[in-house]
Write a protein that binds this ligand. Structure first.
Ligand code: WT7
Length: 682
């Protein structure tokens, strides 16, 4: 399955220098470890577990599972029976066992250049303990769900680790999501507390987060779920004790527009609570398979799925992938530009890097603010060695040419990473040659919210790279490519990407709906976990993700379900039916192209179009704002009434070659849709 020898042509190799000290210094070593990891997962992960702290030893097998729905319920267990605490492992253990107390955990860089903070491991632990005590004082107990809706500030990490310390389950909702989305997620996981902030800036734009949080709570109340506790951090209207660390940065930007409504029945002030709290807090010793967090991801039915990860397996997996994939070394300065509100931030800003005792940059702002050189300015400022970002950011910056990059030195960089979507070879080449000065290997990491951590990825000193390929499986991961009948394809082939056995970081269930977990991921091909992605394997055994093969879209590296956008559209009183497809976009990867059939008597105009866009933004969030909306008096359907999205995709792209449309009930509809395309000429 994995070639004995790496191919020699068309590939890029890691530097000789890096090979000297790398955790996995050669392809041969990768292969040796890989074989061990799949032949004997228990021994492999058991060895890794020795580097962590266990309050009591595991009683069950290191790794145990059923992956076949025909044989009973799907389950995955890692280190069963052991008790531990992930926050203790990340902070206390690193401080006491590895003497990292004075090491910097985070360099926080605000939206405004010059707004900055430095937080050591010891200081982070102190704050986390304080906040854990705050949670306890509010009655939060082990197993309770806590919703977190915050900007990219140190206190977000404090809040999540505070939950982990007392065994509460965090459910972080990305601060770009709408009030409606927040309400839906709070209710689905029955959260007993919400943590938010007054507001924040994204570039020039002020986001009044508290207003959105209040609206979400109002909606929850209206739907019969009164959540009565909301802790608010003052981020823009800073207070003395807001800041973590000794320096307290002045709020660089006066904030006259910020309205912070305050409801004394519900709202609690982060700062006043902290003032009362002790900075010592004994961790809650949890079972390995106790839940750590829930993170919602789009589902093809339109209702987001609460992906649940558990403590020990997630800890071992994020720590190991972080260490190997970025070849983490003690003097590294690592920077992942993702938001903590997505899985990338959970696994590769908080858990993986802290488990490894890493120093990270935590950036609140945008790559283009105040100018398009911001990322490279930060790279030079902190001398970043390992840099991890998304293809969409790279494509965006490519547009501005080489000058804004070359203005900065970037000589500290050693490894570059990408995540979120396939990277096109042109963007890869630019990232490699311009950003990395042709010195730094690129790790194109393929994974999902569900997989917890990287599953197909190069290792920087070991894997010869091919631009656009995520190359080979990580340790413990066994990919296969299936055809429509579920047969495994050998050698060069293309089909459904599936995995044949679990690894410690794979999700355990959909919160509150184990059946949905089994149906979504294990039913179509019994015995396999289905990713929903198409994949090609080339003659050298390299894997190439070809994109989603379900009704999911990938906009700027984030999944959206077409059904979710469609249901937001049809909720508008003028819309009878909607169908949404992806249309390739030079920066976002895909953009949303929506077809709407209006109710009788309604005419389509710009006002309606603007209302529909607003509706989707308010229901889901800015990321789901449609790029195009086309009035579609009729939609192409099969005789049985199923919308033919394949045809709509062609119309969206103005591609006249439709393939076989013999199953179409009324072909005149298609002609009409082509004539009325809303973006003629694009
Ligand atoms: C989907 C998962 C994993 C964190 C961010 C997204 C696509 C992700 C790659 C990559 C090609 C990729 C897949 C996957 N994807 N990384 N390196 N190459 N495609 O998490 O929102 O759960 O999305 O993102 O389609 O299924 P997510």
């Amino acid at each position: 399955m994995i070639p004995d020898k790496a191919p020699k042509e068309d590939v890029f190799h890691g530097s000789e220098d890096m090979k000297k000290s790398a955790h996995v210094p050669s392809f041969e070593k990768y292969k040796e470890l890989y074989l061990k990891s799949i032949e004997n997962p228990g021994e492999f992960w058991g060895d890794i577990a020795k580097d962590f702290f266990w309050k009591t030893k595991h009683t069950g097998r290191v790794f145990d599972y059923n992956f076949d729905v025909t044989k009973g319920e799907i389950f995955i267990k890692c280190m069963e029976g052991a008790s531990t605490n992930i926050c203790y492992n990340l902070l206390d253990y690193n401080i006491h066992e590895r003497n990292l107390g004075d090491k910097v955990a985070f360099y926080w860089e605000g939206n405004e250049p010059g707004d900055e903070l430095t937080v050591t491991y010891r200081e982070l632990l102190r704050r986390v303990c304080q906040f854990a005590n705050v949670l306890k004082s509010q009655g939060v107990k082990k197993g309770d769900r806590v919703s977190i809706y915050m900007p990219m500030v140190i206190e977000l990490v404090v809040a999540m680790l505070g939950c982990a310390r007392i065994g509460a389950v965090h459910s972080i909702v990305f601060a770009g999501f709408s009030a409606e989305s927040l309400c839906e997620r709070i209710m689905d996981s029955q959260c007993s507390l919400l943590i938010t902030a007054d507001g924040f800036y994204r570039g020039d734009k002020l986001i009044n987060l508290k207003l959105l949080a209040d609206e979400a709570l109002r909606k929850c109340r209206d739907k019969g779920f009164p959540l009565e506790k909301c802790i608010m951090l003052k981020h823009l209207s800073k207070e003395e004790e807001t800041s973590v660390g000794s320096q307290s940065p002045p709020a660089k930007r006066p904030c006259p527009d910020l309205q912070v409504p305050w409801n004394p029945e519900v709202d609690l002030c982060w700062h006043s609570l902290l003032r009362e709290a002790s900075d010592e807090c004994e961790p809650e010793w949890c079972e390995s398979e106790d839940p750590l967090f829930i993170l919602y991801t789009s589902g093809s039915t339109g209702k987001p799925k609460g992906v649940l990860h558990t403590i020990s397996g997630y800890m071992l997996y994020t720590a190991t992938t972080f260490k190997m994939v970025f070849d983490h070394q003690p003097d590294d300065i690592y920077w992942c530009t993702a938001d903590i509100g997505w899985i990338t931030g959970h696994s590769y800003i908080t858990y993986g890097p802290l488990a490894s005792g890493a120093t990270s940059v935590l950036f609140e702002g945008l790559p283009t603010y105040p100018d398009v050189g911001r990322m490279w300015e930060i790279v030079d400022k902190y001398r970043v060695t390992k840099f991890y970002t998304a293809p969409t950011a790279i494509r965006l910056l490519t547009k501005y040419g080489n000058e804004p990059v070359q203005k900065y030195k970037r000589e500290s960089l050693k490894v570059l990473g990408t995540v979120g979507e396939p990277i096109n070879p042109e963007a890869w080449q630019w990232y490699y040659s311009v950003v990395g000065d042709s010195r730094c290997p690129i790790v194109d990491t393929y994974w999902q919210t569900e997989t917890g951590g990287h599953v197909l990825t190069p290792l920087p000193a070991a894997t010869p790279l091919k631009p656009g390929s995520s190359t080979f499986p990580f340790f413990g991961v066994v990919p296969a490519i299936l055809n429509e009948s579920g047969e495994e394809l050998e050698g060069p082939s293309e089909g459904y990407l599936v995995f044949k056995q679990p690894w410690p970081g794979l999700m355990r269930t959909v919160y509150g709906n184990h059946q949905r977990f089994e149906t979504t991921y294990f039913k179509k091909f019994p015995g396999y976990y289905i990713t929903g992605d198409g994949c090609r394997r080339d003659k050298d055994g390299y894997y190439w993700i070809t994109g989603r093969i379900d009704d999911m879209l990938n906009v700027s590296g984030h999944l959206l379900s077409t059904a979710e956008v469609e249901s937001a559209l049809v909720e508008h009183e003028s819309v009878a039916e909607a169908a949404v497809v992806g249309r390739p976009h030079p920066i976002k990867g895909e953009s949303l192209y929506c077809f709407v059939t209006l109710n009788e008597g309604v005419t389509y105009n710009h006002t309606l179009e603007a209302e529909l866009k607003k509706q989707v933004r308010e229901k889901i969030g800015a990321i789901a704002t449609p790029d195009y909306i086309q009035n579609a008096p009729g939609l192409p359907k099969t005789r049985s009434g199923k919308i033919m999205r394949r045809v709509l995709r062609k119309i969206a792209c103005d591609e006249q070659e439709l393939g076989d449309i013999s199953t179409l009930a009324d072909s005149s509809v298609v002609e009409q849709l082509f004539q009325n395309r809303c973006c003629t000429g694009v």
